[in-house]
Design a protein around this ligand. Structure first.
Ligand code: FAD
Length: 396
């Protein structure tokens, strides 16, 4: 009969790797592949904390999708997905409809606010190019306002909710940026406060305690005040109220405290846990042989029965595996079981600082910061080869 239609939703880490792998493996006229993404660029989510704080340019954090795929082989549709209709195998876009035989869902996660009042309305989140532009401009504007109003302290108080991976990486960049902003706007740096509030007793879950301690020391030296084991009870237009009764006045609140699956996945009718779907060993949604869910919307358990944290590394490996499995399904060959292979974890702590775990080796300081750069360059190389490394890579 006709050629099978493969539709990939989202051109993030998972979606791009799926598309590239399909493009490579499929023969001419073996399948129609369509990649749908809200923007015509792919953004490097793991970098967003830098342009958010203003320590790197936005252009270093995004790549035009047409540079990453062969548009003779893959149809790129720039549109926003509105609904996934499982019963008639259709995806509703803001400006059209697509039908599929195979569907790959790689729409990425969304901030989870745990129902904390005011967070969704008054806190900013690091989730896309548009959201980090807002954070960056907002921070600069607070400095400008501070000098033009009667020096209200809340303009130069900054609250970051969450001390996980992205919270710590962002707070580190912010601490690097503030002294430069102070210089530019003639503000005394000793007056600025950066608070990192975390409900859990410790920062950076998953890292060894000595690395966590190292990280917190580095950041405290850069001027970050930690409030650990304290939850944000409410977010107001001009600050936060903590569950110990304290109120911090701050015109800037950035929430990084939680991530959940995309609402479209829940709305489609899949069974979800915090918006994420427990996929089978081939990465398919339970009950749907033709639907693959990858990246932040999927849930995979390790041998101890604990869910893996959603990471770029996970999304990339899933993208490769799901592409191979779709090709196998089309060719009636046997599929490959997904197995996550942990290549290590690196968290940057701002300029020249970081922590890393690779196998059973731990790194801190300059070495870890170099590793972070290596991981970043490797990713650019994987998706775009040497030209992209030269164009967007950071070597210094
Ligand atoms: P994403 O990469 O989020 O991509 C989703 C894509 O779908 C986007 O292009 C989006 O525009 C598109 N999309 C969403 N909704 C729609 C719609 N309705 N219609 C059309 N398109 C849509 N992980 C690591 O492994 N290492 C790190 O160092 C690291 N650092 C991080 C730092 C920060 C600040 C953040 C926020 C995350 C970090 N992560 C890190 C986590 C990592 O970024 C995510 O796990 C990864 O991006 C998930 O990939 P994905 O393919 O599921 O989705």
């Amino acid at each position: 009969s006709s050629i099978p239609k493969i539709v990939i939703l989202g051109a993030g880490y998972g979606g791009i790797l799926t598309a590239q792998r399909l493009q490579k493996e499929l023969n001419y006229n073996e399948a129609d592949v369509t990649l749908v993404n809200r923007h015509d660029y792919h953004y490097i989510t793991t970098h967003l904390h830098m342009p958010a704080a203003g320590t790197d340019s936005i252009e270093n954090t995004r790549v035009s999708i047409s540079k990453l795929i062969d548009e003779f082989k893959i149809d790129l549709v720039k549109s926003s997905v509105q609904e996934i209709r499982l019963h008639d195998k259709k995806v509703i876009l803001e400006d059209g409809t697509l039908s599929y035989d195979y569907l790959v869902i790689g729409l990425g996660g969304e901030p989870e606010t745990f129902g904390i009042p005011g967070l969704a309305e008054h806190a900013m989140t690091i989730r896309s190019i548009n959201s980090v532009r807002l954070i960056r401009e907002h921070i600069e504007y607070q400095f400008a306002l501070y000098k033009n109003e009667r020096r209200p302290q809340e303009r130069i108080n900054f609250v970051v909710g969450g001390a996980g991976f992205s919270g710590i990486e962002f707070v580190a960049e912010l601490a690097d940026r503030i002294p430069r902003l102070c210089k530019e706007y003639d503000v005394d740096p000793t007056l600025v406060n950066i608070y990192n509030v975390e409900a859990a007793p410790a920062a950076l879950p998953g890292f060894a305690p000595e690395l966590v301690e190292y990280a917190m020391n580095v950041l405290e030296k850069k001027g970050v005040t930690f409030k650990m084991g304290i939850a944000i009870k409410e977010c107001l237009p001009g600050g936060v109220v903590l569950n110990n009764g304290e109120e911090i006045r701050a015109a800037t609140v950035v929430w990084t405290g939680g991530i959940r699956g995309n609402r479209l996945v829940e709305a489609a009718g899949f069974e979800t846990m915090r918006g994420r779907v427990k996929v089978d060993e081939y990465l398919r949604a339970p009950g749907y042989e033709n639907i693959y869910i990858i990246g932040d919307n999927s849930l995979i358990f390790n041998e101890e029965g604990r869910p893996y944290p959603p990471t770029a590394q996970m999304a990339m490996q899933q993208g490769v595996c799901c592409a191979q499995n779709i090709v196998a399904a089309i060719r009636d060959k046997s599929m490959r079981k997904f197995e996550f292979s942990n290549k290590g974890t690196v968290a940057s702590l701002g300029r020249g600082e970081g922590i890393a775990v690779v196998g059973d080796k731990k790194y801190q300081g300059w070495k870890a910061a170099q590793l972070k750069k290596l991981v970043d360059l490797r990713y650019l190389f994987i998706i775009g080869g040497i030209p992209l490394v030269l164009k967007k890579g950071r070597f210094l």
